[in-house]
Design a protein around this ligand. Sequence first.
Ligand code: HEM
Length: 512
Amino acid sequence: MTSLTTRPAAQVAKARAGVGGALGRRLGLPEAQWHLWPADAASGLTGGSDEAGPVTDAEAAAMAAAPMPPGRPIGTSLRYVLREGDLMFGYSRRYGDVFRSDLAGGPGRVVIVSNPAHIKSLMTASPSVVPSATRFSPLRPIIGPDSVLTSIGARHKQQRGLLLPQFHGRAVASYQERIVSATAAGIDAWQPGTPVRLADIGQQITLDVIMSAVFGIEVASVATGTSGSARDATPAERAVRTSMVRLLHLSTLPIATVAQLLNARSSEPRGLLRMVLRPLDAAIYAVIAERRRDGIDRPDGGGRTDILAVLMAARGDDGNPLGDSEIRDELLTLVLAGHETTYNSVAWTFERLTRHPEVYARAVEAANDGDRAYLGAVINESMRTRPVVPVVARELLQPWRFGEYGIDRGIVALVSILMLHHRDDLYPRPFAFDPDRFIGVKPSPHQLMPFGGGNRRCLGAGLAMAELEVVVTEILRRVDLETTDRPAERPRHRNVTMIPTDGGLVTAVARR
Ligand code: HEM
C-alpha cells in the first residue's frame, strides 16, 4: 500500500503565504484559505431563523435589510471570480447565513443564502415566481439562450421533458456498459510511475461516455475511430471531441478569467471566446448536416435512438422541428455539462482520499469487497466537501423573506451549496473528510445538494452517480495511488465550476 506523508505545519504556512495568499491579501480577502482550515475548525454557520418564503412589498419593506459587506462591485466581482470560497466563508463568519452583495458582472445585486429552510423555500416555490437565473449564467454566451440549461418557462419545460427520459433509470442502465468499457480503456492507458492529473484521465472517460450517449457511437471509437461491432465515430464527431477538449483546456488558463468577465453581461460570445468556439461550432454543425444528408432527422429517428436522433426527431407545439442552432445549443450543453462536472468530481474524490490515508485504505477495501454503501458515502462526502458546482442561482420575481430579513423583488438569490455543506449544525466538524457521517443516512434534498434542486435539479444526476461509482471503484481496485506531499489543492473557479487547481495530481505506483 502507499506511504502517504502528512504535511509539516511549515509547509501549510508556506502555502498560505503563496500566490493565492498574496493575491488574496492585496484584494482584501480573509487571510486563511478555507480549503486549508483544520478538520476541527468550525465554519460559524449555525442556527438562525428558518422562516422563509414570499412576502408582500410592504412586508419586505418593514423587515430588516440583510447585511451588505462594504466594497465596490468591480472589486467584489473580481474577488468572487478568483476566490469565491474564501469570500463566502469570510462574509458568513462576519455576517451570518444571509447577506447581500453587489456584483459588477452578471446579476448585479444578489442575496446569498445557505440555510436549508431558506433554500427549500426557493426550490419548492413555483418556477414562475422563482425562475432559474440562467440569463446571468456565465455559460450562456457559450451554450446559447435556448438550451435546457439556459431557458426558462414553457421552453425549459418542453426541452427538459424531451431529454429527461434519456437520463432516467433504464436509460442510465443502458449506458452502464459504455461506462465500464470507457473506464477500463482509461485505466489501461495509464502509465504507472509518473504523476498524472486525475482530471485528465477522468475527462477522457466521461467525455467518451457522454459522446457515446449523445451520438450513439461505440465508446472506443470516439477518440480513435476504431471500434468493435457498434458504429464508428465519423471524422466530424471526432472533431467535436477534439475541439471540446481544446475549449476546456483553454478555459483553465488565466486569460479565460478575463474572457469570462468580458462576456459577463452578454448572451453572445465575444472576443477570445468567440474565436475558441468557432471550430467547435463548425464540428457540431458538420455532424448535424451529416445526419440530415443521411436522412436521420425523420420523426422516427431514422432508426437511431441516441440523444441527437431524439433532438432531430422532436417536433414543437407548432409541428416544426428544432433548428440547427437550437440543436447545437442542446448538444453543447449536454456534452459540456455532462462531463466537466463529473471528471472534476472524480479528481476531487481522489484529491481528498489520498490526503486521508485511513479513509483511502478503507475505500480500497470497500472497492475490493463490493461494499457499495461505503463507496457511496465516500462519493457523498467528496461532493459535500468539494461541490463542483458551489452555487446555483434563482431570480426573485416576488419579495422574499429569509429569516429576519426582507429582500426586494428583482434580486437574484445565490444558493451557496458550498456553505450549506459546511454548516456546523448539519455537519459537525464540517472541514473534516469523514464518509462515516453518511453511512445509513439518507441526506435530505436541501441539506446535501451537489446537483442543485427543484425543477432545475441536474438532468444528468443519475448518469453522473453511475459514472462516479464505476470510475471511483475501478481506480481504487486497479491502481495503487500515491499522493504528492503538497498541501490540499486550492479550489479554482472556472465558469460555474469549482475545480482542483492541479487536477487531482496523483502518482500510480503500481497497477493491480
Ligand atoms: C458530478 C457531476 C455533476 C454535477 C455535480 C452536476 C451539477 C449540476 C448542478 C448543480 C446543476 C444546476 C441545478 C440547479 O440549478 O438547481 C446542474 C444542471 C444540469 N446538469 Fe448537471 N451535474 C453533473 C453531471 C451532469 C451530467 C452527467 C449531465 C448529463 C447530461 C448533466 C447535465 C445537466 C443539465 C442538462 C442541467 C440543466 C438542468 C435544468 O436546468 O433543467 N450534469 N448540474
